[in-house]
Design a protein around this ligand. Structure first.
Ligand SMILES: *Cc1c(COP(=O)(O)O)cnc(C)c1O
Length: 225
């Protein structure tokens, strides 16, 4: 099956209002252009340098999502063009995004990343960290970031019940934040959860945005990196 056919097949299997982010990290421009020529526009990358290079080399109507962990000192490279930053996990990072967005005269959309997995290698906030950020005077004064929702990654395991309960936990976190802080904000509506191995479960648990790489583009090869 071609790349556009795979995208089509996933799109057919998910609700219309769930956004599919085609995760193109490590893949060459040609693979992205195959998807692009098939009509697809939303791509996710997890390294600022690779994202910036692909942005400069590829058509300008691509909607780029930064899905990976982002270091503060790298924000400036992606601030001119990035559409959505999925993994905001500190006030410090949010401040820098706001600062760079202001420099570029834009508002940058973000998601707060939560730690939902049973692994300490994965980044993310808990509910009280998030409340602290949102309640801070610094955040209240930020004019150039907009928080659209939450993001999380489930544990890498075969245990479907565990994955399901982690996704369900993220959905509860979303609902809590929505009612406590964003009830008046229609734009706070995204729950980014689900990857190639678990997006079907994620959608059952309320995902509005799935990030799918290897099912679309094939397995990644890190051997010569
Ligand atoms: C790589 C990556 C994905 C996609 O993973 P696949 O298993 O290839 O679908 C999704 N989310 C994040 C944050 C990633 O880094």
């Amino acid at each position: 099956m071609s790349i556009p056919q795979k995208i089509e097949e996933i799109k057919k299997s998910i609700p219309e209002d769930v956004t599919l982010v085609a995760v193109s990290k490590t893949k060459p421009n040609e693979a992205i252009m195959e998807a692009y020529d098939g009509g697809y526009r939303i791509f996710g990358e997890n390294k600022p340098q690779e994202l910036t290079r692909k942005f400069s080399e590829l058509p300008k109507d691509i909607i780029w999502h930064m899905i990976g962990h982002l270091q503060t000192n790298k924000v400036k490279y992606i601030a001119p063009f990035v559409s959505l930053i999925h993994a905001v996990d500190s006030l410090k990072l949010l401040k820098e995004i706001n600062k760079q967005a202001l420099k570029n005269d834009r508002v940058i959309d973000c998601l707060l990343q939560f730690h939902i997995a049973d692994e300490d290698t994965k980044f993310g906030l808990d509910l009280s960290d998030a409340a602290q950020i949102i309640n801070s005077e610094e955040y209240q004064n930020m004019q150039n970031v907009r928080i659209l929702g939450v993001m999380g990654m489930a544990t890498y395991t075969d245990d479907e019940n565990q994955i399901r309960s982690e996704f369900s936990n993220l959905k509860s976190i979303y609902s809590e934040l929505k009612s406590n802080f964003f009830s008046g904000e229609e734009s706070f509506k995204e729950i980014s959860m689900g990857m190639s191995g678990d997006y079907k479960l994620a959608i059952q648990e309320g995902s509005t945005m799935i990030r799918v790489g290897s099912t679309i583009f094939g397995a990644r090869d890190y051997s010569n990196k």
